[in-house]
Ligand binder design. Structure first.
Ligand SMILES: Cc1cc2nc3c(=O)[nH]c(=O)nc-3n(C[C@H](O)[C@H](O)[C@H](O)COP(=O)(O)O)c2cc1C
Ligand code: SF4
Length: 438
């Protein structure tokens, strides 16, 4: 993947992506590395949190929760040890941004975690890297070794009396392990299934201690915020949608890639100007705006929406993980719904009935529909099953499976009807889809 800057980009988190040696301590130090940490040492913990609040930074992992507020929920006094966790599980289909930070700018994650540690009073942090990214573990561990040897990680950091150690850990490659409480279970050496909330991690997280868990991009944004000020970062985006964001563009465009843009950037310009327009000059049909769990947008809505949290909420979807997937007019939406459901059925941990049975049932129905064996009544039934998953599951994986399905049934119902007449798929799929395939 090219890491060269595009003229339309605003590079903050990605500013070191095309600096060949930024993954070494020397390269990092040569480009303002650890200057924000020095600044943080001169601040009270509350002032660090205030600066992050001012920046308007909202979590880049999917839910978009305000980061400064999350940090402020950690109790100041605690009989238990506190922790900072970096969620590098990056499992949301359509999303491939965190791996660039892990690869090209690992020290920014370390620095972000140290600052978070100072802010909440933690002495230990873990980076949980998805199993499929094991090839990046070496790079992260080398960065940690270098940082430790130079006194940036470990005991008495920079002679400031602050102890903070960081360990990298890989998962086995399960989507569910990106869910924060399942990640903690996994990190504790147990099966990666979610915990009942509350209590939330800020109060009782890893090993029962107060824990801040943030996405890679969220933590990597923090040093830039401290160095230049919260207001500086906030000014890149519209009100309440502070800063810039890495957007991953894939699907039916001429140029796929990851670019950093100010929040509020028009989705249309991302597709046309950075993505080089639609592949083969085809017409846009739909956009997955923020990873496979977000409700899809039909073309007319997608052409007119901006890439920020509030604009997306107004049109009934989410900015999610920043994974934008573009679908052109040749896409069979029944097959697309099926493909998404295969993923969620496979990744459901099976803990609760609506998710376990619902995803299985939807996958079977969508397969039958796509292969030409659907019945008209199944359309309403699929809608009902999806609604029965939504909001009724132990963790948000159930919602993630239901939401795109509901939006596809709402906006592209006619394609399901067309499948009843044209047996099998009227889009001319060459092969039928086997039940249970993934
Ligand atoms: C099923 C599921 C999978 C998730 N996967 C990820 C992931 O891969 N990476 C991530 O940062 N957050 C993921 N999340 C969100 C995390 O639970 C959590 O909200 C996030 O790590 C908080 O960090 P942030 O506030 O910086 O976004 C997932 C959530 C769910 C429900
Ligand atoms: S919603 Fe799905 S993934 Fe989440 S706990 Fe229930 S069965 Fe497991």
């Amino acid at each position: 993947m090219s890491t060269q800057a595009h003229p339309l980009e605003t590079r903050v988190v990605s500013r070191r992506f095309d600096q060949a040696d930024a993954y070494t301590l020397q390269g990092y130090l040569a480009s303002d590395g650890f200057k924000a940490l020095d600044k943080a040492f001169a601040m009270q913990p509350e002032a660090i949190i205030e600066e992050v609040k001012k920046s308007g930074l909202r979590g880049r992992g999917g839910a978009g929760f305000p980061t400064g507020m999350k940090w402020s929920f950690v109790p100041k006094q605690s009989p238990r040890e506190k922790y900072v966790l970096c969620n590098a599980d990056e499992s949301e289909p359509g999303t491939c941004k965190d791996r660039l930070i892990l690869e090209y700018d690992p020290f920014s994650i370390i620095e972000g975690m140290l600052i978070a540690g100072l802010a909440i009073g933690a002495r230990r942090g873990y980076i949980y890297i998805r199993g499929e990214y094991r090839y990046l573990l070496d790079r992260m561990e080398k960065a940690l070794e270098e940082a430790r040897a130079a006194g940036y990680v470990g005991k008495n950091i920079r002679g400031r009396g602050f102890d903070f150690d960081i360990y990298a850990h890989t998962g086995a490659g399960a989507y569910e392990c990106g869910e924060e409480s399942a990640l903690m279970e996994s990190l504790e050496g147990k099966r990666g299934i979610p915990r009942l909330k509350p209590p939330f991690p800020a109060v009782s997280g890893y090993l029962g201690g107060p824990t801040v868990i943030n996405n890679v991009e969220t933590l990597a944004s923090v040093p830039h915020i401290l160095l230049h000020g919260g207001e500086w970062f906030a000014a890149f985006g519209p009100p309440k949608n502070g800063g810039t964001r890495l957007f991953c563009l894939s699907g039916h465009v001429n140029q796929q890639g990851v670019w950093e843009l100010p929040l509020g950037f028009p989705l249309r310009r991302l597709i046309e100007e950075l993505g080089g327009g639609m592949r083969n000059g085809a017409k846009l049909k739909a956009v997955v705006p923020g990873g496979s769990s977000t409700p899809l947008l039909p073309a007319d809505v997608a052409w007119n929406v901006n890439l920020d949290f509030d604009s997306m909420a107004k049109v009934g979807t989410f900015l999610g993980s920043g994974g934008v997937v573009v679908l052109d007019e040749t896409t069979c939406m029944v097959k697309f719904a099926l493909r998404i459901m295969q993923f969620y059925r496979h990744e459901s941990c099976g803990w609760c009935v609506p998710c376990r049975e619902g995803t299985n049932w939807l996958q079977t129905s969508l397969t039958r529909f796509h292969n030409g064996g659907g019945r008209e009544a199944d359309i309403a039934l699929m809608q009902e099953v999806s609604q029965n998953i939504l909001g009724h599951t132990f963790c948000a994986l159930g919602d993630a499976a239901a939401m795109p399905t509901i939006s596809i049934l709402q906006h592209w119902r006619q394609e399901f009807v067309d499948h009843l007449a044209g047996k099998p798929c009227p889009f001319g799929a060459k092969t039928a889809v086997a039940v249970g395939a993934h």
